[in-house]
Design a protein around this ligand. Structure first.
Ligand code: BDP
Length: 722
């Protein structure tokens, strides 16, 4: 007998050590529930949570139970009782005035929770300090559950909680630029996770983990398909596939949306027009909406890219954006759906500065859209550049709901391989002041509806998710998905606090790790701006795939696809004059902003060349010439990445082998490419400035011809053409 016990003992030891040695592949994202390493913290939580009472049986409450079971038994590595014993220490349930939770909570506790908010509060129940997680709807209770698990993952004190949280924005969604053939436009993390061919029968378990991850950060919508849309998704068999996904996501509070190809009545309906004022076209969309809602009663609505970059739209029939949007809005309105109509438009013929075109087209239409239409506006007027000043539409449209579109996939910020924390970029956009209603009219206040009283509010992030085992290619890019969700819930949150939570949940609570990673992440946005597009330079990347530097790009089908259009370098200077003496795009901002940006003295230097043409020998705020400053900024970007390499090396012992090795390799790519950007851009601009590279900045390793000769036909994420 003792022999047998001995053997079993060894089997158990072997099993657990095998478990702890399991390769850390990043699949679990920030929902890692490994046993807490700090013994003191562990002992405290173990005593605080042994028994849990969950009230409710809906699919969402089943998800609550599963998450708590997995989370608590993993983190605390002890058996948790869910048997409903009287001595529970955690009570989880949705409040209703005549339900059991009403005995535990006062109406005051649940006031102001809205449809998605939650409360987590310590109460004396049965003479015991009990934690109560509750909400007015099950989804709020699920959000509260994830919040609670986060408190434990980040080692917060849970003995005296009094949390009330509700989202500031109604629709918090991901936009997948996923094609039906599973390629992803501007996707750098593998293929699309939507396995259209095997849906609706095969439900990949990934869909559930996708939903869990999104729910954990409050994301409640997903547009499944590319904005460069394919009408096929609206065909009945594809709608069955969409329904299967919607059914998986529903318990997690996530609604599905689809991109609507404006010409679908022609392509699918066999009609000869898609004119939005044509009765039969309207009828086609009304029927289509009915068909969709029959299958998916909580379908969110349509996202539309129209008359932009070759996509069909109302202007093909001499109708305007409002007429196009309203037709679709009328089709989904009876079912509570919305239409998100993108403002990323620039006309094929218009010779005007591209910066101005969205305002030119949308400002005159303000007030003409149906109540269930939102205009979806990118953060800046050009295109998700490493840094852009906020889009002037945010301060110019008052009678139409505006929503913000951010890009999580980093098309212009190093794509799948550079460590860049976007929390800082998002924060910068959200706190930009539009002055729409006087000082303090930040973009976040425009989009959360508090300034204009808009009925629906929304925010979208272009997803960076793909079939890569770790979802996002770079382990640190998980933080960008995470930060998007957190800011969508609370646009006033600090990017640093979000990074701090993410690091603790994803890597470690050890102070040295947290401090180092936080520093790296917080420095990373400015670093990429420095080594790619310092001082307001923009759109100087490689053509087509947008990979690597390409300031020399000058021959493209359209001038505003070239780099030379944007930097306008010549022997005198560099920069795009968007002041009154130039394109005057600057006047589309509120006059307070226009005044600031128009002034060479007042303009934040980070936007200098975005709005001004500056002579190479002109002095900037550091007292250096523009040319020297440019060189130093590029160099500073490279040096910051060198610092990342050193910092990461110092953490080798604190991070699991797999992720440490992965990030270490990616940092080598980032460093090589930062140097490439610096050397290629300085070689190129030097042909105009004709000034020498200042001391402290190395001479480029190659000549300009070399950099210009590099071609990357298989760079990922390329825009498919059909
Ligand atoms: C650009 C991308 C292109 C997208 C477009 C858009 O290069 O692939 O289709 O934005 O947002 O940044 O519609």
């Amino acid at each position: 007998m003792p022999k047998r016990g001995f053997l079993i003992g060894w089997i158990i030891v072997f099993f657990y050590s095998a478990l702890s040695l399991r390769a850390e592949d990043g699949y679990r994202l920030w929902l890692r529930y490994d046993q807490i390493e700090n013994d003191e913290v562990l002992a405290r939580y173990r005593a605080q949570i042994r028994s849990v009472q969950i009230i409710g049986e809906s699919a969402t409450m089943v998800a609550v139970r599963q998450e708590l079971d997995m989370g608590l038994s993993g983190l605390l590595s002890q058996e948790i009782s869910f048997t409903g014993d009287e001595d529970y220490q955690l009570l989880v349930g949705t409040y209703s005035p005549d339900g059991p939770m009403s005995e535990m909570l006062s109406p005051n506790d649940i006031r102001n929770l809205g449809s998605e908010g939650f409360t987590i509060i310590n109460k004396e129940i049965n003479g015991r300090n009990t934690i109560v997680i509750s909400a007015l709807h099950d989804i709020g209770t699920l959000y509260g559950t994830f919040h609670f698990l986060k408190l434990i993952q980040t080692h917060r004190d849970i003995s005296n909680l009094n949390i009330v949280s509700r989202p500031s924005i109604d629709v918090r969604m991901l936009n997948h630029w996923d094609n039906l053939d599973r390629t992803v436009e501007r996707g750098y993390a593998g293929f699309s996770i939507w396995n259209w061919h095997q849906l609706p029968e095969y439900i990949d378990p990934r869909y559930i983990d996708y939903a869990r991850a999104n729910a954990s950060i409050g994301i409640n919508g997903t547009a499944l398909t590319n904005v460069n849309a394919n009408a096929l998704i609206l065909r009945p068999d594809y709608l069955q596939k969409v329904k299967a996904l919607a059914d998986v996501f529903r318990p997690y509070g996530i609604k599905v949306y689809l991109t609507a190809r404006f010409s679908a009545p022609i392509e699918l309906g066999g009609m000869d027009t898609a004119d939005p004022l044509h009765a039969e076209v309207q009828e086609w969309w009304n029927r289509k909406a009915e068909e969709i809602y029959e299958l998916i009663p909580d379908f969110g609505g349509f996202l539309v890219k129209a008359n932009s970059e070759g996509q069909p739209g109302p202007q093909n029939y001499d109708r305007n954006h409002a007429e196009g949007a309203n037709m679709l809005a009328d089709a989904v309105a009876p079912f509570g759906g919305i239409v998100m109509w993108r403002a990323f438009v620039y006309s094929d013929e218009e010779p005007d500065d591209r910066h101005k075109q969205a305002n030119n087209e949308f400002e005159p239409l303000d007030g003409q859209f149906r109540d269930n239409v939102l205009i979806q506006v990118k953060n800046g007027a050009i295109d998700f550049q490493p840094r852009e000043p906020f889009h002037p539409l945010f301060g110019a449209v008052e009678d139409t709901p505006l929503m913000l579109e951010l890009q999580i996939t980093m098309e212009y910020l190093g794509q799948g391989t550079h460590l860049v924390y976007l929390g800082s970029l998002f924060r910068e956009v959200l706190e930009s002041d539009t002055y729409m209603k006087g000082k303090g009219s930040t973009v976040s206040k425009v989009i959360d509806g508090s300034l204009t009283d808009q009925k629906v509010t929304a925010i979208a992030g272009v997803s960076n998710i793909g079939t890569d085992r770790n979802w996002t290619s770079h382990p640190f890019h998980q933080a960008n998905w995470y930060a998007f969700g957190r800011l969508a819930w609370d646009p006033e949150m600090s990017d640093r606090d979000i990074a701090n939570d993410w690091i603790k949940m994803t890597f470690s609570n050890k102070e040295a790790v947290v401090d180092t990673l936080e520093q790296m992440m917080m420095a990373s946005h400015q670093a990429v701006v420095n080594y790619m597009t310092p001082l307001g330079l923009h759109h100087i990347m490689g053509a087509g795939h947008h990979y690597g530097p390409g300031p020399w790009v000058s021959k493209m089908p359209r001038a505003d696809w070239t780099s030379t259009y944007y930097h306008k370098a010549d022997s005198l200077g560099v920069g795009f004059d968007r002041t009154e003496s130039g394109s005057d795009a600057i006047s589309q901002y509120h006059k307070q902003v226009t005044k600031e940006f128009a002034s060479r003295e007042d303009i934040p230097e980070k936007y200098l060349l975005w709005f001004h043409r500056v002579r190479w020998d002109e002095k900037v705020s550091s007292g250096r010439t523009l040319w020297d400053e440019l060189c130093y900024r590029y160099q500073e970007g490279v040096e910051t990445v060198e610092g990342f390499v050193r910092s990461w090396n110092d953490l080798e012992k604190d991070i699991d082998k797999e992720r440490w090795q992965h990030v270490a390799s990616l940092l080598q790519i980032q460093l090589r490419e930062a140097i490439w950007w610096r050397d290629a851009c300085l070689s190129y601009f030097q042909t105009f400035s004709d000034m020498s590279i200042p001391e402290g900045v190395p001479e480029p390793a190659h000549d300009l011809e070399y950099y210009e000769s590099l071609v990357y036909p298989y760079s990922p994420g390329i825009r498919p053409r059909w």
